[in-house]
Design a protein around this ligand. Structure first.
Ligand code: FES
Length: 574
């Protein structure tokens, strides 16, 4: 639905008399101290996602003030409003379960309230995708602002940061390499400031992708949350939002097919989070595009990993910022990018690159010819175990396990895993393949980040640090290992993953992009018949009911089926 009206005239509450609706609206908002002059200005909404539970958004109040300043400098009226805020560790059962709720909240608040444009302040993993999904559906001129990464901390003289080091130290604690006292000390240092995780996890990945797609100001993805530069970027974002609203530049004009492809290229070259492919698929779907994961894999074969950040590499986000930010990477990727894609500052990606400072010597972003990993970070797999696909982050996997055949050790769900993984009597060896069922979009529910199965304690104590692990769930972008994720269809939907039994042989062949269960079809059919009668569903109500009825599989971005029309075009282009 388009609305040509401006400012306070937009999206009127229905009383059957439009002039009365404006009259009443103004009467109420004047109680906030606004004058007629203020109310006649272009209105910039500011989506405020501050929450006392969300340290990744701890600087949002400062950013809101800076955005307001920028809006007013450009002659607009800023009006902040709240939406849901999601933090990874404070979202039961998992933040992904709530991403679509936040997207709906954002979409409907953009529609419901009068604004000519909106500044979306997000940061923590699910917030940026939810906001971009909502803005795409609401078709409101929008500009993204991220809270920025936290600084890294220090433990006994060594740099540490959330959350790759959270997992690394926890694995050492499980292996009895460090004691109770030291793990407490580490806990104090992992998150030393407000801001998003300090490695190339999902939040950093989505920030870089949003910039690469043109939805954020140039070089605004990497500035740490606590720097003055972050607030200057917020001020500039507010100013730009007034122009976007005045010129009615829609997200559809920025997030085009070319822009989405630029986002995919950057995802691959970053060694970014596997979660981002689900989010990009969902954003693309809202814009009318189906993600073609085979074509994505083709992009991966020609896009090397260039960014040396944890969990695939050595550095932290503040290092990337000091190395010139995302522009340093975009410069290296230039021949692969659509340079004429338009961005929110009114310039094309190529023009922004031309206007960026000259490069300087740095170690964080490798030259194109000297990559950290020769192909993109992710490979798309298919096979009889994943007819609709699965993903592996090959850049963070053990090269010795990329072609591997092993005996399955199966866990029925997350509770079964928690109960048995450290059982000294568990029949498991280093060559086995750990399989976790029923943590997909419906099985989790919400596809929790439980795909990073811990190494069984008795093997960890023997020095085993990696094994092939397979699930229909996700893993944190801050994790690493030979981990196959997003197996589709999921086990809870009766996908072949549900049919795997202890002792079955599984073959992972990343080179040929295959994932196969080496069990004959007749046996699988027999298991499927037995499965059909054993599945029962519990009664559901409220959001849970909506979620379970409507959530789609990973290849559709786990969006709700009703959130967008069936896509008519594909991205990337075949
Ligand atoms: Fe918020 Fe990592 S927990 S970005």
């Amino acid at each position: 639905m388009t609305d040509d009206k401006r400012g306070m005239q937009r999206g009127l509450t229905t009383y059957g008399d439009a002039e009365f609706s404006v009259f009443l609206r103004k009467a109420f908002i004047k109680a906030m101290g606004y004058s007629e002059d203020a109310l006649s200005r272009p209105i910039v909404g500011i989506a405020n996602t501050f929450s006392g539970y969300n340290a990744c958004h701890g600087n949002v109040p400062d950013l809101v003030e800076a955005v307001k300043r920028g809006v007013m400098l450009a002659g607009g009226l800023p009006v902040e409003f709240p939406t849901i805020s999601l933090h990874e560790s404070f979202a039961y059962p998992t933040s992904m379960y709530l991403r679509n709720l936040m997207a709906m909240d954002t979409e409907e608040m953009l529609r419901a309230q009068p604004m000519d444009s909106v500044v979306l302040i997000g940061g923590c993993d699910k917030t940026v995708p939810a906001q971009l999904m909502g803005a795409a559906s609401a078709a409101t001129p929008a500009i993204q602002l991220v809270t920025g990464p936290m600084l890294s901390g220090s433990h006994r003289g060594a740099r540490v940061g959330a959350c790759t080091d959270c997992r690394r130290f926890w694995a050492r604690y499980r292996a009895d390499e460090i004691d109770d006292q030291e793990i407490l000390e580490v806990n104090d240092q992992l998150v030393p400031t407000a801001g998003t995780c300090s490695v190339m996890g999902t939040a950093s990945t989505m920030a870089c992708i949003a910039e690469a797609m043109g939805m954020m100001l140039p070089n605004s993805a990497t500035a740490p949350a606590v720097l003055a530069e972050r607030r200057r970027l917020a001020e500039m974002t507010g100013t730009e939002a007034v122009r976007l609203g005045t010129q009615r530049i829609m997200p559809q004009q920025i997030m085009t097919q070319q822009a989405l492809e630029n986002g995919l290229r950057v995802l691959l070259a970053l060694g970014g989070s596997t979660n981002a492919i689900i989010h990009l698929t969902a954003i693309a779907r809202r814009l009318g595009f189906r993600m073609d994961l085979e074509s994505f894999d083709r992009l991966g074969r020609e896009t090397p990993v260039l960014v040396d950040l944890k969990p695939s590499g050595r550095f932290y986000m503040d290092d990337l910022h000091r190395a010139g930010g995302l522009m340093t990477l975009l410069r290296e990727l230039r021949p692969l990018l659509h340079l004429d894609a338009m961005t929110v500052n009114g310039c094309s990606l190529g023009e922004n690159l031309d206007a960026s400072p000259e490069p300087w010597a740095q170690e964080v972003v490798r030259p194109f010819a000297e990559p950290l990993y020769p192909e993109g970070s992710m490979a798309f797999l298919r096979g009889n175990l994943a007819p609709n696909g699965a993903i592996i982050k090959q850049s963070a996997a053990s090269q010795t396990l990329m072609q591997h055949e092993g005996r399955a050790v199966v866990f029925r769900d997350a509770e079964d895993l928690a109960r048995r993984i450290d059982d000294p009597d568990l029949d498991v060896g280093p060559e086995d393949i750990l399989v976790l069922q029923r943590i997909g979009p419906k099985g989790g529910p919400g596809m929790p980040e439980a795909g990073y199965l811990p190494i069984p304690r008795k093997l960890a104590r023997q020095g085993v640090t990696d094994m092939v692990r397979i699930s229909d769930g996700r893993m944190s972008g801050t994790a690493a290992g030979t981990i196959v994720l997003h197996v589709s269809p999921e086990a809870a939907e009766g996908g072949p993953l549900a049919l795997v039994r202890d002792g079955d042989l599984i073959r992972l062949d990343v080179k040929n992009r295959r994932l196969d269960l080496l069990v004959d079809d007749a046996e699988l059919e027999q298991r499927r018949s037995a499965l059909g009668s054993s599945q029962a569903s519990a009664p559901m109500a409220g959001y849970r009911h909506l979620f379970m009825e409507s959530v789609l599989q990973a290849e559709d971005g786990c969006d709700f089926s009703f959130s967008a029309p069936t896509p008519t075009e594909t991205v990337p282009q075949p």
